[in-house]
Ligand binder design. Structure first.
Ligand code: ATP
Length: 745
């Protein structure tokens, strides 16, 4: 309430008469065609009782502001008073908590309205440029979004490069100077020096400004366009703004830290603590406060506002006033408050849009999707090393997996205690049939062998009694033998079972060696010593199947999924942080279009990845595929899309890289473990298994195994179920990401 009161008291009168006066006084070049009575037509921007908070921090406080058509409006105020927040509310990237905003006749983002879109040129404070772009790429990108023809874009680029004194169009944005973002040379001497030495800092800022000017918009919203720009160029920019508003068709709202340069504006709004203290032509503000400069007038306004608030008196000092009158005596308090947009209390009209317009508003436009896809491709092209790495990464990962997982251990040291001495003994024959690439046999005495295994030198001890050969022959050939013969005719094995894979391998190799020995000694009679269980040829797969056969399909899917997550999880996070997401949105790009563009461009990347991945898996590592290659590719691509969509959800929901990385990594292991990729789902206890079954990769891995190893098609439930679950997750992730992005933009 107090702030309102303060705002009301200091709003100074402004009408056509005063504007005429300004023109004759020559304070600025004033166009005779410019509408002189702003209250008589729909203003370019009209804010009424606008409130906006960040949590508990109230930034905009019942703010009223009117930017007349065809005028330059200088929005001035100390750092943190809410200027940028107000501009974001005007362009629609921030929602207001209360009040009304009309931009070019309608609320921002109203269906069918050109704001956001081509009608508005927005230069955000944080520049919002793609570092990997050249100046030319940047302008072509915005040209495509605004639907400019190649000829028009080319012509505008020529003009803007020349007008804004930009470096070569092929210069990369990341190599351009940022200039002194805050605290540029102030004062006549510093400015003159800067001009003499031709300081042309702020090249990025100028590129950002050129992007806002590109399509000749009806409304320009410029957040500190002249910071870090040399004084000559600053004057040129202001001159250009004055020129473009001359026809009365273009309006400009501009914030600046150089309060004095705002004297060239038609109207200034002096903002403090989230509301306007005054809104009038600069000379009127100065005159009313008998101040020689706009800065002094602003200082007095602030002090008066504080006075009213605190109801205490203090006199401003340090600021020279015109004549000897005090500001209080000079200002005519009887004057009515300024109402640039007359009718502060007029009721807001209800805006409605035809359903066709609404549908068109929601439907994605191919033009924008294409522009965003070209943008992503250009950025990729500028990072060829990174792109090659991206392409090769899945192939490298699957190669490592095939090389390192599932194979037999090699060179495992095993102690052999052989009490048989004869060269022709069966123990020696048996040992000769052992796979010597897997096991390294070390002949030792009984005590040495046991000391070694206890010290961790050996993974097992193989013991043969001194009558092993004769007892074994008796065991094999006689139908009834004593326990002593059975014991003496057995290989005694002591194992270190702390590594299950090595322990099982040792057992398997011994059994294989024994089978080979029997076959060698008994030939066709070997069936006499076989187990009473006979394993026939497998229906699917082969007897030589190892662990990697089980893991590979799941690994292919999870590699594709997580690399896709990695590709997209940071995309919005970084773009949002740099203001690029907002800038594109103000240029007219919708959340859905952003989503599709990311999806399609990353699809290209994962397609190359999948081709390389399959080449390595099927041709180099000879993993069998009994089924349709088309189904295999389709399922992998769909899993890639699920990864992209999930990455988009993360990047839409989270604000910083660390959180996004944590989310992507945090989900990696739990998903890998309970999706049945490393170990069968059947081992997972209930109720965790129910969770496992609904995860994106559980049924999909099973489906891929069925296609690759059983040769099944879509008619099998286990196959189509994998596709159905993947498609379900894709749809869910995409909708979720679009909704989050829409809510947060
Ligand atoms: N996203 C945000 N979350 C929380 N607080 C914010 C956010 N953005 C801005 N603020 C706070 O809102 C206030 C107004 O910020 P704003 O950027 O609008 O001010 P400004 O007048 O544009 O300042 P400057 O000229 O320095 O940019 C500041 O106190 C700022 O810290």
């Amino acid at each position: 309430m107090a702030a309102d009161a303060a705002g009301d008291v200091h709003k100074v009168p402004f009408d056509g008469t005063e504007m005429d006066e300004r023109c004759t006084e020559g304070m600025m070049k004033c166009d005779s065609e410019a509408p002189l009575s702003p209250g008589s037509m729909e203003p370019a921007i009209r804010c009424r009782d606008v409130c906006r908070s960040y949590g508990k921090l109230k930034v905009l406080n019942n703010l009223n502001l009117t930017v007349p058509q065809g005028h330059i409006y200088g929005l001035l105020g100390p750092s943190g008073c809410g200027k940028t927040t107000l501009l974001k509310c005007i362009v629609g990237t921030l929602k207001i908590s209360r009040g009304h905003i009309r931009v070019l006749g309608k609320p921002p983002a109203f269906p069918g309205h050109g704001v956001p879109g081509k009608m508005v040129g927005y230069m955000p404070q944080d520049l919002a440029l793609y570092d990997e772009f050249t100046i030319s790429d940047t302008l072509w990108f915005f040209g495509r979004i605004h639907g400019l023809s190649s000829k028009d874009t080319q012509a505008r680029i020529e003009f803007l490069i020349d007008f804004l004194n930009l470096p070569q169009r092929t210069s990369l944005v990341r190599n351009l100077s940022t200039g002194h973002e805050r605290g540029p040379p102030q004062g006549v001497i510093a400015e003159a020096q800067a001009a003499c030495t031709n300081v042309s800092g702020g090249q990025r800022r100028r590129v950002s400004l050129s992007a806002a000017l590109l399509q000749n918009p009806q409304l320009l919203i410029l957040d500190e366009p002249t910071v870090g720009v040399d004084p000559i160029l600053r004057a040129k920019i202001w001159q250009h703004l004055v020129e473009i508003v001359k026809g009365g068709q273009v309006s400009v709202i501009i914030t600046t830290h150089y309060i004095e340069e705002a004297r060239q504006a038609n109207v200034v709004g002096l903002m403090r603590n989230g509301s306007l203290l005054a809104e009038a032509p600069p000379d009127v503000v100065m005159k009313q406060h008998c101040a020689a400069t706009l800065e002094c007038a602003f200082l007095q306004l602030c002090e008066s506002s504080d006075l009213i608030l605190s109801k205490s008196s203090s006199s401003p000092d340090g600021c020279q006033k015109e004549g000897s009158q005090s500001s209080e005596s000079c200002r005519d308090e009887s004057q009515p408050i300024l109402s640039l947009g007359s009718g502060l209390d007029t009721e807001e009209p209800k805006f409605t849009a035809d359903w066709r317009v609404r549908v068109r508003h929601v439907l994605p436009r191919w033009r924008n999707i294409a522009a965003l896809m070209i943008k992503t491709m250009v950025r990729m092209k500028r990072m060829p090393g990174f792109l090659c790495f991206q392409f090769l990464l899945p192939a490298i990962q699957i190669s490592l997996m095939c090389l390192c997982i599932g194979g037999d251990p090699k060179g495992i040291p095993v102690a052999v205690v052989n009490n048989e001495t004869s060269e022709s003994s069966l123990s020696r024959s048996l040992l000769s049939f052992l796979d010597n690439s897997s096991m390294h046999q070390v002949a030792l005495s009984h005590s040495e062998a046991f000391a070694g295994i206890r010290d961790g030198e050996y993974w097992g001890v193989l013991g043969f009694g001194k009558n092993f050969s004769s007892y074994l022959m008796k065991r094999m050939l006689q139908s009834s033998v004593s326990l002593e013969i059975v014991e003496g005719g057995s290989v005694h094995v002591w194992q270190d079972f702390t590594n299950l894979q090595i322990a099982l391998m040792l057992q398997k190799k011994l059994q294989e060696a024994f089978k080979a020995l029997v076959k060698n000694k008994l030939g066709s009679m070997s069936y006499l010593v076989s187990l009473p269980i006979k394993f026939e040829e497998p229906i699917y797969g082969s007897n030589s199947t190892d662990f990697s056969t089980f893991v590979t399909p799941g690994a292919i899917l999870s590699i594709t999924f997580y690399l896709a997550v990695g590709l997209t999880a940071l995309s919005f996070v970084l773009e949002r942080k740099e203001g690029l997401l907002d800038r594109c949105w103000v240029a007219g790009v919708s959340s859905l279009e952003t989503m599709f563009a990311h999806l399609f461009s990353q699809l290209f990347v994962i397609s190359v990845q999948i081709i390389l991945l399959l080449l390595f898996t099927l041709l180099v590592f000879k993993i069998p595929n009994e089924g349709s290659l088309f189904l295999v590719i389709l399922l992998i691509v769909l899993q890639g899309v699920a990864g992209i969509s999930f990455g988009l959800v993360i990047s839409a929901a989270l604000d910083d890289e660390q959180s996004a990385n944590q989310a992507a990594l945090g989900i990696f292991y739990p998903n890998l473990i309970i999706s049945g990729i490393l170990w069968p789902v059947e081992c997972i206890p209930y109720p965790l298994r129910y969770i496992s079954l609904v995860l994106p990769q559980t049924y999909a891995s099973e489906a891929l195994r069925c296609i690759m190893y059983r040769g099944w098609g879509l008619s099998h439930m286990m196959v189509w179920r994998g596709f159905a679950v993947t498609l379900g997750w894709n749809t869910f992730f995409l909708i979720l990401a679009t909704v989050i992005l829409k809510l947060r933009t």
